[in-house]
Design a protein around this ligand. Structure first.
Ligand SMILES: [Zn+2]
Length: 477
């Protein structure tokens, strides 16, 4: 029996609550959930008869985290591309093997990614789904998202065709009519990139998005792929509209940042991705000065895990690292960090909610949707002392510390265990996709894809080797 049956009120008792309405921290505070909403926040709340009680003491209650850009279909190849650059990624997914994905493979990836997100306290994910080569692929993506009790936004894309083409296809319209039905747990965006071609071939796709009232999300400022040219074209043609999400924006000029700031767009920063893949330096240090709203994202689990603790941690690290380096280059010393832990927690919650246009998410206030995370792990020596809750979330906590997760008022994880998830079935689905992909590619291509050649490198001559202490030591032995 599920002790958290639908409709049963839930009260989280005595936690340290981060309402995310500033730097406020509420200690020994209860959060009451009735239906799909937060009903009350305060000390020793009276709960309705029959409410499920969850002991949150010693833990942190925060809003569910929101990832604004993840290619969920790729999760079925978790970790395969750990040593890739963006070049290997492009070759693998776009030019060669990504084309092998069948609808059931997209389904397997999306299912695994969706479950993984919930497990890590990521209650909303924008599925930047650019492998939708056919309507069957799109249906498989949507089916997977709707079968898992999280909140998702399907950002529809198709890397194998020009955006003007697939957005004009009758089957795309048909998909929108059938599947974009205002489901509160499944939103919709349109996902494509702007190449910078002066003839602006993406115009018809922007027009379709405008007609459908759909947000456009676009990889912008990706070294070697998209640049200031794309931003300028969007601006000149009137398509830099409020709500547009610019992913990465890591190699753009100040002029492009001005245009994004002035037109009400936001930037989805994937620090862990930018650090490894090479889109450009993670941009928060540069865009803070422009006042551009920021959200966080993981990009793809073909390299990285899908938890936003890593996003918060790496974003703080990259931002501070750059700030120190910029100062050192001028012979100066940074004595006070500009980017604070509470800011990255804000970007991982309220920032994501704003980016996707959901002001009913991202904070803990009465009336808001009950997407909540309890971080609590009494068995862990890292769970105490709990002195600086924002710092604790950003630098100490990890997915194993996610004790309870609620989405839309429903408890989907409790006492560190996902509820109602048949992991064995999900694993079987993933196994069958991997078996198929390996078979279709051949063992050799599979191994080669996972292990890119290492550029030749010579160990530098070391001027301090005038004494060979190693051989000397060996000698004495
Ligand atoms: Zn991406």
């Amino acid at each position: 029996m599920n002790e958290f049956e639908a409709g049963r009120p839930v009260v989280l008792r005595g936690g340290t609550v981060l309402p995310m309405d500033g730097r406020r921290v509420l200690t020994r505070t209860d959060v009451l959930v009735t239906g799909d909403r937060i009903a009350a926040v305060g000390p020793e709340l009276e709960a309705p008869e029959g409410a499920a009680e969850i002991d949150a003491s010693g833990g942190i209650v925060m809003p569910g985290m929101i990832d604004t850009h993840r290619h969920m279909w790729q999760t079925v190849m978790r970790g395969y591309g750990a040593d890739w650059t963006l070049t290997q990624y492009f070759v693998w997914y776009y030019l060669e093997h990504g084309k092998l994905f069948r609808p059931e493979d997209v389904h397997a990836g999306n299912t695994l990614a969706a479950i993984e997100a919930l497990d890590a306290g990521v209650t909303t994910v924008v599925d930047w789904s650019h492998g939708l080569r056919t309507p069957d692929h799109a249906d498989a993506a949507a089916d997977a998202l709707q079968a898992v009790p999280g909140r998702y936004v399907l950002a529809y894309g198709n890397i194998q065709q020009p955006p003007a083409e697939w957005t004009a296809a009758p089957e795309f319209r048909d998909f929108v009519r059938r599947r974009v039905t205002g489901d509160d747990l499944l939103g919709f965006q349109i996902a494509f990139d702007v190449t910078g071609d002066p003839s602006f071939p993406e115009r018809p796709a922007f027009e379709v998005a405008r007609e459908l009232g759909a947000t456009v999300t676009t990889h912008a400022g990706v070294w070697g792929a998209t640049s200031d040219d794309g931003i300028r074209l969007m601006y000149d043609h009137g398509f830099m509209t409020p709500g547009t999400i610019y992913v990465h924006a890591a190699s753009l000029s100040a002029d492009s940042y001005h245009r994004i700031a002035a037109t009400g767009g936001s930037i989805s920063v994937s620090t862990e991705s930018e650090q490894s893949a090479g889109q450009g330096y993670p941009p928060t240090w540069a865009i803070r000065a422009h006042g551009i709203p920021v959200s966080l994202s993981m990009d793809t689990s073909v390299w990285w895990s899908g938890d936003l603790f890593s996003a918060m941690r790496t974003t703080l690290g990259a931002d501070r690292s750059r700030e120190h380096l910029e100062a050192h280059a001028k012979g100066e010393t940074v004595t006070h960090c500009a980017l604070r832990a509470d800011q990255v927690v804000d970007w991982a919650t309220r920032g994501g909610a704003r980016a996707i246009g959901r002001d009913d998410l991202g904070t803990i206030e009465p009336g808001k949707k009950a997407d909540l995370v309890l971080i609590k792990n009494d068995a862990s020596p890292v769970s105490f002392p709990l002195l600086n809750p924002f710092g604790h979330v950003a630098f100490q906590a990890q997915r194993g510390d996610v004790h309870t997760v609620l989405v839309n008022g429903r408890v989907v994880k409790h006492e560190h265990r996902l509820l109602g998830v048949d992991l064995a079935a999900v694993r079987a689905q993933a196994d069958s996709t991997i078996e198929y992909l390996k078979g279709a590619m051949g063992e050799e291509a599979w191994e080669k894809g996972m292990n890119p050649d290492i550029p030749s490198a010579k160990v530098l001559d070391n001027p301090y080797t005038y004494t060979d202490y190693r051989s000397d030591a060996t000698h004495r032995l």
